[in-house]
Design a protein. Structure first.
Length: 306
């Protein structure tokens, strides 16, 4: 079923219990950043939560079999089904639907944006940038296209270009901690001392309505990891989908921190934990996958001869 690159598929469709056993094996020694509280690994979300989405997909599929429909309506139905497939982690199916939507309605900026994300996750940075350029040609004010193009520049080590896009994205919502964090990740590649000072400066404007504000405070040593974990328990009910989202975000940004500290094995384990709760549509899930693929490439890449 999956036509993405084979290594991408191995992460996306790894059986859930096998993934858990694999992670458990990786973390036989407790991670120094997490301690031993296994309650942080999983949320209590239920498979039935996806049932409504699956029912809608079935209905859309029936509608798409109808012959009498305008091109624009058919494009809209393909797009809506693609979004649902995306939210369930069925990215090959969603990419097919977004491609169909564009064929029927070539100026659909949202579909180009999704296709750009998939190209980026596969490590095809030039193709991703082309998709996001297309989005911005169609809609110069498409906020997330700036962010996604910035990510494409960031992951292809073009930090100056990434800075422009991340700043544009940040300036629209200066109280958003996730926009601040990605600026920090990019700026630390260029000037670490200045990056930390700017993170501190920008943190004063952050809104407490975002869970990520707590992560920024942890990055700045304003709260301990223990306090971060306690706040997590207070922020979301363990049986809610929000708790799964909080876990996904927290593990991802802890992994990024460990990667910056050159604790590669801890980072790898944390990126895997960021994927366990299967919040497929979150940036943090998607790019935990990309980070793991990049780290696996680094691991197997042969050393050059002197």
């Amino acid at each position: 079923m999956c036509q993405l690159q084979k290594r991408v598929c191995s992460f996306l469709y790894f059986p859930f219990f096998s993934l858990w056993l694999f992670i458990a094996g990786c973390s036989s020694s407790p991670l120094s950043v997490l301690g031993t509280d296994s309650q942080l690994i999983f949320s209590d979300t239920k498979p039935q939560e996806h049932l409504d989405q699956e029912v809608v997909i079935a209905k859309l599929s029936q509608v798409l079999q109808l012959e009498k429909m305008t091109r624009e309506d058919r494009a809209a139905f393909y797009f809506e089904r693609g979004v649902l497939y995306d939210s369930l982690g069925l990215w090959t199916l969603s990419r097919f639907d977004f491609s169909q939507a564009i064929q029927l309605k070539p100026k659909m900026a949202d579909a180009y944006n999704y296709l750009g994300i998939y190209a980026l996750i596969e490590g095809d940075y030039d193709a991703a940038i082309d998709y996001f350029n297309a989005v911005l040609t169609l809609d110069p004010h498409y906020s997330y296209a700036f962010f996604n193009r910035g990510l494409s520049f960031y992951y292809s080590n073009r930090y100056t270009e990434a800075e422009d896009d991340f700043l544009t994205f940040y300036q629209e919502e200066t109280d958003n901690p996730y926009r601040v964090l990605w600026l920090y990740f990019n700026e630390i590649k260029q000037n670490p001392n200045q990056a930390l000072a700017l993170l501190k400066q920008r943190s004063s404007k952050l809104s407490n309505q975002y869970w990520g504000t707590n992560i920024v405070q942890y990055y700045l040593d304003e709260i301990s990891l223990t306090e971060l974990r306690e706040r997590m328990k207070q922020y979301a009910n363990k049986s809610s989908s929000q708790y799964a989202e909080v876990l996904t975000e927290t593990y991802f940004y802890l992994a990024k921190q460990q990667l910056m500290l050159h604790n590669k094995q801890d980072a790898i384990t944390l990126f895997k934990l960021a994927m366990v709760n299967q919040v497929y549509s979150f940036v943090e899930y998607r790019f935990a996958l990309l980070e793991l693929l990049r780290l696996s490439e680094t691991k197997v890449r042969p050393q050059s001869q002197p």
